[in-house]
Design a protein around this ligand. Sequence first.
Ligand SMILES: O=C(O)c1cc(=O)[nH]c(=O)n1[C@@H]1O[C@H](COP(=O)(O)O)[C@@H](O)[C@H]1O
Length: 232
Amino acid sequence: MPDIADPRDRLIVALDLPDVASAERLVERIGDAATFYKIGYRLGYADGLAFAERLAKQGKKTFLDLKLHDIGNTVEEGVRSVSGLGATFLTVHAYPQTMRAAVKGRANGLRILAVTVLTSYDDADAQEAGYALPVAELVVRRSGQARDIGIDGIVCSAIEAGAVRRVVGSERLIVTPGIRPADADLSDQKRVMTPRQARNAGIDHVVVGRPITGADDPRAVAQGIVAEMEGP
Ligand SMILES: O=C(O)c1cc(=O)[nH]c(=O)n1[C@@H]1O[C@H](COP(=O)(O)O)[C@@H](O)[C@H]1O
């Protein structure tokens, strides 16, 4: 896996909050305990993109979790627009047409992550959505397609990280949501690991939202997650 010098960079805090004011307050409370923030649908559609641009200018790394999926031309032009926002990562769904278009539109060092199978899905959910393959096989198949197309990283659950690493090699990133400290509520996540298990499985970054955003002391939880992933 690519070397990550600052252990804090392994944790990406999902800022799934209703408005920019709440996000600003949380970033302030977390302070230097986190270096990397994800902005997704909830905040992104509430002025969050301009906020993400400001965060990037202040030296934080940002991950725009827009999960793009559309006709090729729309994805390509959309990715080109996002490339101006100073973000480190952008997500697209791992459909071959979509991934090829995203790679064409990629600019300014923006790295494209392909979301293979959402961590809230188990085999029954995939079957309900019309897929014949079990989740683990679908993740591996899509990871191989992402590699061949030139995608920069894979979003999957940490449960599949070992199999994905064998497919994508050491140059591409593996980013895993569905991460829960041992005592935390799973809520809608189904394919879950702890930060330490994820690290042992060879991931590059974990994404954690509610266990931090809902905590009485979000800074302490963020520090605890980083510490859990450090060391032997
Ligand atoms: O692309 C993602 O970040 C993502 C992919 C996935 O398969 N599962 C998943 O949970 N996510 C995101 O990761 C975050 C997880 O949040 P928590 O479940 O609150 O820790 C949310 O912002 C999700 O949108």
